[in-house]
Ligand binder design. Sequence first.
Ligand code: SAH
Length: 445
Amino acid sequence: MSKPTNTRSPSTPHRTSQGNRDFRKRTQREARPAAPPQSRSVPVAGDATAQAAIILKEGREKSLLRRHPWVFSGAIERIDGTPVSGDTLQVVDAAGKFVAQAAYNAGSQITARVWSWNPEEAIDTAFFRRKIATAIAGRAGLNLAKDSSGMRLIHAESDGLPGLIVDQYGDVLVMQIGSAGIEHWRAQIADILQELCNPACIYERSDSDSRTLEGLELRCGVLRGTLPDTVEVIEHGLRFRVDVADGQKTGFYLDQRDNRKLTETLAEGRDVLNCFCYTGGFSLYALRGGAKSVLSMDASGEALHIATDNLTRNNLDESRAEWQEADVFVALRKLRDQGKTFDMIILDPPKFAPTAAFAEKAARGYKDINLLGFKLLRPGGLLFTYSCSGGISEELFQKIIAGAALDAGVDAQIVRHLHASGDHPVLLSFPEGAYLKGLLLRVAD
Ligand code: SAH
């Protein structure tokens, strides 16, 4: 099987929701699995009396041999035995040779996700303890989050645990499950996290839309311990309130930690516009970095409420900060019509393209806001622009931005290519893990 041509994302997208369900649909900002390259096909049932196994079609083991951890339904010749979703099955090639051990999901187009490439490795509680301990220890050794109490402890496929996201906010862990395999081991995983991290609370936020694609029901609530009234995360010494139960994704966008820090270092003396500000992440960094003014916009009043609370928490100068509840697409046009300009603009929108199928429409959205952004920048100004769409590749994103600059009539240079922080590692054999891409651009004087 050739590797899927469309871009897909980690199975447990972490950029999700607002409290209100309808709004949630509009505010999602992370990628989720796309439709597979082939039309939907239900694997054929094989010999029910044989040992449960997934038998691949001729030649369709190739992507697995390159250690890509997904088995698409279209690659499957037949399924022997009578497995149920969540079971661990052997995956074998057309000749019956072992390829992998994987978690089965009858209800997903990704019919299996690989646990292990080793036929001897037992997939049991000890296996999950090893994987989780390795993910945590790996991060500890990399000095990823100086002066911070927030960390993505487990990044799904990239940490060898397809479908599992665990974010840490101080002594609260938020767990998001996006696969039948992890669903099956949910209680054991919670016990292991409790044992290894000893948090005050493990909260489950299994409410991302991708669960529906996996045939899993949405579920949220306390899994272990008690959720404190207020959860706070410290990031590079800045304090942010995290709405674990109702905030977007697991409550905070840890993936932008390094990029926010970079913003701080470049903000001094600048008039800054922060679009899609959520709870004020980039805004607070810009203020601490000495920005002359920071205008922040978001469509979510609840997010802005937390943002202003965060400003107070950090004793930052309120007179330099302005908050607007607005649709950025409309607000940017208004600013343009008013002749407003800025020295630094941040565009960190929700995902416009959950899958490659949405790429064209998404491209129009990215081009629109970036074109307006370029027009609002003063000569020599800086644009931080991001896409967290799994359906938009880094290369395509750069092309869209180039088109926007051209149409805006500005020359701009790429100063930096930006990505998610290091606690969101990307497994080399799973490029879909690199959902967040960004550019720091400087427009000509
Ligand atoms: N930069 C933020 C994360 C942004 S997430 C941080 O560092 O924390 C994307 C945000 O876009 C969400 O807060 C969502 O409420 C907001 N949003 C979605 N559509 C919007 C629109 N059309 N106009 C304004 N904000 C929007």
